[in-house]
Design a protein around this ligand. Structure first.
Ligand SMILES: [Zn+2]
Length: 486
């Protein structure tokens, strides 16, 4: 039986004591598979890296493609599949919006289901198969640390499939815990640059956002439940303390990356995701001598009502339907315009900032969570100006506050390394001279295929130019500058 296969393979003294949570690496069967899939993922990445070196960059998946599901939707003829793809677009848009709306705070994400398809030995949600998504995620365009995270996601998926295969003859469930912290490279970049416009690879370094995840596996598929937590009060140290006290680890320390590379089996099915968060809150409260609830400090006497917090999340999630539909249609429009996915991501981030700024003008109490304290402060001044009918002053403060408000943030995507460039900078002048129009963004990851320098710019029409060798691609026409480059 599965329970036996998964329980009684431990290599260590765990065999002799019963603990609620065990490290999956203690199960020989799965630890071997992990090594096998690690190599497999690394090989895929290496092959793609080689393609980049030989100038076949167009054959290599981007670090992130916000249009990949939309492309599926637009080119699908079968109406029921098309409907499923549309559902997937809405599901992604809803998640993106919720993450952005709760940027600096916690949020509960109810279980999402992935159905097991025996013929393909894969999980699918809304007709989208996960193997394809995860293999596409293995992109050499991504930051090295991000690549390690993508490899881990690929391995986790393969391990989940192995466990589901063990469960096929069985009615039991296996519950896995994983903890995904904000990567150090993102926090370092944030501390070093503190750039309001940087998208920080889709992470939220401002509060070092982390995700606690429970995955329930059965022969029918997987159900994934998550809580996003600000990671300043509950931090890496708190989590290591939790794992040591639960005897999951034996007085050992793990780096953030090592922790991310682990999955833990919860053997006691009565443990919920809220129990884990409550325990982390407790450790953090003791250490800080403050009252910590869902990773945030609350008043000393305030009650910690976890089930009420979950109810709040769920009712909040019901209020965003219109915005979700708008974002979905925005993405479909971008794709119909045949925009480069890199440019599309930038357009999406700008659009989200716009709709969320409009949202906080009406809901000032949320401005601090979505943007920051300064934005919240300015919006209360704006509201007072409007009450006093000083509309011109209000309008000019709205404009400047919008410009200086930080980017929207969401946790869990990967960077494509784009930054917006000041329209009056020397670089902007050069690429405007080559035919780019309006706002331009610089690609900080990819190199120019003609000169090999990292100096490519895009405009919102998807036109592209290299400020080093002055080659350009305007309205899909490539123009090379063969004179010696600057
Ligand atoms: Zn060039």
């Amino acid at each position: 039986m599965v329970a036996e296969q998964l329980d009684f393979y431990p290599q260590t003294e765990l065999q002799t004591r019963y603990v609620d949570i065990i490290d999956l690496d203690n199960i020989n069967l799965l630890a071997d598979s992990k090594i096998f899939f690690q190599k497999k993922a690394q090989n895929i990445l290496n092959e793609r890296e080689q393609k980049l070196v030989f100038g076949q960059g167009n054959d290599v998946p981007l670090a992130i493609n916000v249009l990949s599901t939309v492309q599926k939707y637009l080119y699908e003829d079968n109406s029921s599949k098309k409907e499923s793809y549309y559902q997937a677009i809405e599901q992604d848009s809803s998640r993106l919006l919720l993450e952005a709306m709760r940027k600096n705070s916690w949020e509960y994400y109810p279980p999402v289901y992935e159905e097991y398809d025996l013929t393909k030995n894969d999980l699918k949600a809304n007709e989208i198969y996960l193997n394809e998504v995860l293999v596409n995620g293995l992109s050499p365009w991504a930051h090295k640390e991000e690549q390690a995270i993508r490899i881990q996601e690929f391995i986790e998926h393969q391990i989940n499939l192995e466990i589901i295969n063990l469960l096929l003859e069985d009615d039991s469930e296996v519950i896995l815990l994983s903890i995904k912290e904000c990567p150090d490279y993102v926090i370092d970049e944030y501390n070093n640059t503190n750039d309001l416009e940087n998208s920080y690879g889709g992470y939220v370094p401002e509060v070092e956002k982390m995700v606690i995840q429970l995955t329930k596996l059965s022969k029918n598929g997987a159900s994934i439940e998550q809580i996003g937590l600000p990671g300043k009060n509950i931090n890496h140290h708190t989590i290591i303390q939790f794992l040591n006290e639960k005897q999951v680890l034996c007085n050992s320390d793990l780096s953030k990356m090592e922790l991310r590379q682990k999955q833990f089996i919860i053997r006691n099915p009565s443990i919920t995701i809220l129990d884990i968060v409550a325990q982390l809150d407790e450790y953090s409260s003791q250490k800080l001598a403050k009252n910590v609830f869902l990773g945030e400090v609350i008043k000393a006497q305030e009650e910690k009502n976890y089930s009420k917090a979950v109810e709040q999340s769920i009712s909040r999630q019901k209020t965003i339907e219109t915005k979700v539909k708008n974002i979905s249609h925005f993405l479909i429009d971008l794709c119909e315009q045949d925009l480069n996915p890199i440019v599309a991501e930038n357009e999406l981030i700008k659009y989200l900032k716009k709709i969320l700024f409009e949202h906080v003008l009406e809901h000032n109490d949320q401005a601090k969570t979505i943007f920051d304290e300064r934005t919240a402060h300015n919006i209360s001044i704006i509201n007072n100006l409007i009450i006093d009918q000083k509309n011109d002053q209000a309008l000019s403060l709205i404009k400047s506050t919008f410009r200086s408000a930080p980017r929207v943030g969401f946790c869990g995507a990967g960077s494509c390394g784009l930054i917006a460039i000041n329209q009056f900078s020397q670089e902007a002048k050069v690429v405007h001279g080559l035919g780019l129009k309006g706002e331009v963004i610089k690609d900080t990851v990819r190199v120019c295929v003609f000169c090999g320098k990292k100096n490519i710019f895009y405009d919102s029409g998807g036109n592209k130019a290299c400020a080093s060798c002055k080659s350009s691609e305007i309205n899909k026409k490539i123009k090379l500058n063969l004179r010696k480059s600057a």
